[in-house]
Design a binder for this molecule. Structure first.
Ligand code: NDP
Length: 330
């Protein structure tokens, strides 16, 4: 028997709530690989899955959330993995449609796993987690579209959050000037310690677009916020520059005009971490091991245990989590 954070639905109220339960291997969903989970984490989507209505993502209860985890293979029916291999999992709707990482053991498909790259342990991999992995995918997409250091500042929105913190540290390490947008001025020193060269107050960019083009300011952008802020940023991009659209912490709408695309050749790049093909996953994790300074990563980490998760889920939905939470499930 082992511990898992199980969400169960109360039939009368229709609301789901979490409790730590002892479950057995026979309770886990089917999967080719059984992983002894070392660490999981808390992403924005975990906040949704931990909420009383499952955020529209969880359809079936009882459910074990946790959209990512890192651990050690305990048993495998697939030739690609053997007992003792260190692995990481993000995406594939694990923790939403399939039971996830808030458990001491998980059963998953071999296709969903990535071997941990040299130089990264399970705790560091979850300090990165889906948020940091997505930040790396965004950096790669911007580079593939021509981003290079020395052409002006790169904007990171939602900078003190998980995606934003990792994006800031990677970009700074690669030699970019980074401007971090935050609604929490008290995180300024933290963002500078990660390598941000300037801080932009959220209010400066949160207003609806009045002029479709403003002065050309940013050579690239990683946007975790969406909504009116993304619309504003599009009009401030330099000629031919790209925005990686990652998140919707500020809204799913896009009250923009097409003018920045037509007159400045601005590119809007969609970033999806969930269905990302294996080769690109491997590339991103290898780049994380080389391009994310581990001392900066450590500065982002807040340790937690399974019993902290309900509160942390609510906190992240309120934009109150700074950096990355690492959950020791054992
Ligand atoms: P976090 O909550 O850690 O970060 C989001 C940050 O956005 C907050 O810390 C806050 O930063 C800022 N923010 C919050 N609310 C608002 C608001 N109303 N207006 C403007 N800014 C706001 O979440 P994650 O970093 O884990 O995820 C960020 C986003 O990326 C989420 O929307 C998530 O769903 C999405 N995501 C998408 C993925 C993909 O595959 N495309 C993968 C992973 C995440 P600050 O306090 O600095 O202003």
């Amino acid at each position: 028997m082992f511990n898992a954070l199980v969400m169960s639905k109360d039939e009368d109220s229709g609301k789901a709530s979490a409790s730590i339960k002892q479950i057995g291997l026979e309770d886990l969903p089917e999967g080719e690989v059984t992983v002894a989970v070392d660490y999981s984490t808390v992403n924005y989507k975990d906040g949704l899955c931990l909420s009383s209505n499952g955020g529209g993502l969880v359809r079936k209860y009882p459910h074990v959330p946790g959209i990512d985890f890192a651990g050690t293979v305990e048993a495998s029916k697939d030739d690609r993995y053997k007992t003792g291999d260190k692995v990481v999992l993000t995406g594939w709707r694990v923790g939403e449609a399939h039971w996830g990482g808030y458990s001491q053991k998980a059963n998953v498909r071999a296709d969903w796993l990535v071997p941990l790259p040299e130089g990264l342990d399970a705790r560091q991999a979850m300090a990165v987690g889906t948020a940091g992995f997505t930040a790396m995918l965004s950096v790669m997409a911007l580079e593939d579209h021509g981003l290079q250091p020395g052409h002006g500042p790169v904007l990171v929105t939602g900078a003190a959050g998980g995606v934003g913190s990792v994006a800031t540290a990677i970009l700074a390490h690669l030699g970019y000037e980074v401007a971090g947008v935050t609604g929490r001025p008290e995180t300024g020193d933290y963002l500078k310690s990660l390598g941000a060269t300037s801080i932009v107050a959220r209010e400066e960019l949160n207003e609806t677009v009045k002029r479709p083009l403003e002065s050309e300011t940013w050579s690239g952008c990683i946007d975790a916020v969406g909504g009116p802020m993304l619309a504003r940023v599009l009009g401030q991009m330099k000629y031919g520059a790209s925005v990686a659209s990652v998140g919707l912490a500020g809204g799913a709408g896009l009250p923009a005009t097409v003018i920045p695309f037509l007159l400045r050749g601005v590119n809007l790049l969609g970033i999806d971490s969930v269905m990302q093909p294996f080769d690109n996953r491997l590339r991103a994790w290898q780049r994380i091991a080389t391009d994310l300074p581990m001392d900066k990563l450590e500065a982002m980490v807040h340790p937690a245990v399974l019993s902290d998760l309900p509160q942390l889920g609510a906190d992240i939905l309120q934009g109150q989590v700074k950096g990355r939470v690492v959950v020791d499930v054992n």
